[in-house]
Structure formats: structure tokens, C-alpha cells
Design a protein around this ligand. Structure first.
Ligand code: ATP
Ligand code: MG
Length: 199
């Protein structure tokens, strides 16, 4: 089995996340993509994140029409900070060591990978797929040099459709009473309006 992992705060989940996941799934011939909403991302401690109940529900709504997309609440159930290393360890226990795990992250995040908790073990044990937009050049050589030969096999860089969407922008639009149509799936748009999120 080859499983793609899409982690994020998903506050809210948007078409950028979904289009990227689908493109990577096809490109790497992954059996499924697991969306894992993060509880307390170590790098986002400064900002209040929307209640996890809402973020989980929006992730469920957004992914239900794709049979290859699954959602896991494993990080929400865990206490303490969300570290990818703990998630990866738990996933290897669940799926067995023969299953290959592919973490999908934005290229901007990959640049910081060496600072992640237990980064070297992470790169040894699973794959990283760094996604970047066409025309955007990110210099991975420092990262690859830091991790050495393992990195060359386990760190992959791909270009995916250039969707300029971000959750920050969507929250701001909702706050200003502007339209978020075609930035999030319809069911997510309806949920945000019904639950009066981001006002
Ligand atoms: P925020 O604006 O709150 O930081 P975000 O839009 O960056 O939110 P996250 O939940 O932080 O969304 O992102 C989860 C993952 O999805 C990260 O790896 C991020 O790089 C990636 N990602 C975010 N937006 C896009 C996009 N438009 N296209 C491709 N990947 C994206
Ligand atoms: Mg972000």
C-alpha cells in the first residue's frame, strides 16, 4: 500500500488542498489520501484555531465525493502538540511497516523540514512530496544536503496546479462579507455560512 498524508489545520479546507491531493495521488499512484486535521500545530500557537469539531466536519464534507480520500481524527484525539513524527509512528503501527507513507507538504514548508521534531528519523522512514506551483522556484539543495543520501530517495518535488487559495484569505473574505464561491466545495461554503464561522 502507498498512502498519501495531507495534514493541515484545514481552517477551512479549500480547493487548493483538494486539487493538490488529487494531483499527487495520480502522479504517485497512491492507494488513498488520508486527510489529518491538526490539533495544535507547533508553528501556529500564536493564533486561535477554529474548534476542531468544525474543522473535522468541513474536512469530511469536502472529501466525501472522492472515494480515494479518507479523513482521520487521530491528531485531534491525541493530547499535546501535533508532531508529524508521532503521526507517522502511529500510522506505521496501524498500516504495518510494508505500507509506504507519503507526506504531502507545500514546498515552502519543506524548506524548514530540518527544524522539524525528529526530522532525520522522519525522512528515513517516510517520503515527503513537496508541491510547488509552476513557475515558482524553490531551492531544495540545502534541505537535500542536510539529510544526505536518504533525502535524494525520500524527498520528491512536484509541480501541481497553481491555485492561489489560502485559508487565511478565505477567513478574511468571510469576515468582510465577500464571496468564497469556487474557493471551497459548496458543502463547505454552506457549512461556514450556517455555523457562522469566521465572522
Ligand atoms: P493558513 O492560511 O491558515 O495557513 P493554508 O491555506 O496554508 O492555511 P493549511 O491548513 O495551513 O492551509 O495547509 C495544509 C497544507 O496544505 C500545507 O502543507 C500547505 O502548504 C498546503 N497548502 C495550502 N494551500 C495550498 C494551495 N493553495 N495549494 C497547494 N497546497 C496548499
Ligand atoms: Mg498555511
Amino acid at each position: 500500500m502507498k498512502i498519501g498524508i495531507m495534514g493541515g489545520t484545514f481552517d477551512p479546507i479549500h480547493l487548493g488542498h483538494l486539487a493538490t491531493a488529487e494531483a499527487v495521488r495520480e502522479l504517485f499512484m497512491l492507494d488513498e489520501i488520508l486527510f489529518i486535521p491538526a490539533a495544535r500545530p507547533p508553528h501556529k500557537l500564536g493564533r486561535t484555531v477554529t474548534d476542531e469539531r468544525h474543522r473535522l466536519e468541513m474536512t469530511n464534507l469536502a472529501t466525501r465525493s472522492n472515494k480515494f480520500f479518507k479523513v482521520s481524527d487521530m491528531e485531534l484525539k491525541r493530547t499535546g502538540l501535533s508532531y508529524t513524527f508521532d503521526t507517522m509512528t502511529e500510522l506505521h503501527k496501524i498500516f504495518g511497516s510494508a505500507t509506504e507513507l507519503f507526506f504531502i507538504i507545500g514546498a515552502d514548508s519543506l524548506v524548514d523540514l530540518s527544524k522539524w521534531h525528529a526530522a532525520r528519523e522522519l525522512v528515513d522512514k517516510c517520503h515527503f512530496i513537496a508541491t510547488t506551483r509552476h513557475g515558482v522556484d524553490v531551492d531544495f539543495s540545502a534541505v537535500k544536503n542536510y539529510f544526505g543520501s536518504a533525502a535524494r530517495e525520500h524527498i520528491h518535488c512536484v509541480t501541481t496546479p497553481g491555485l492561489e487559495i489560502s485559508s487565511t484569505d478565505i477567513r478574511e473574505k468571510v469576515r468582510l462579507g465577500r464571496s468564497i464561491k469556487y474557493l471551497v466545495p459548496e458543502a463547505v461554503e454552506e457549512y461556514i455560512l450556517r455555523e457562522e464561522l469566521y465572522l
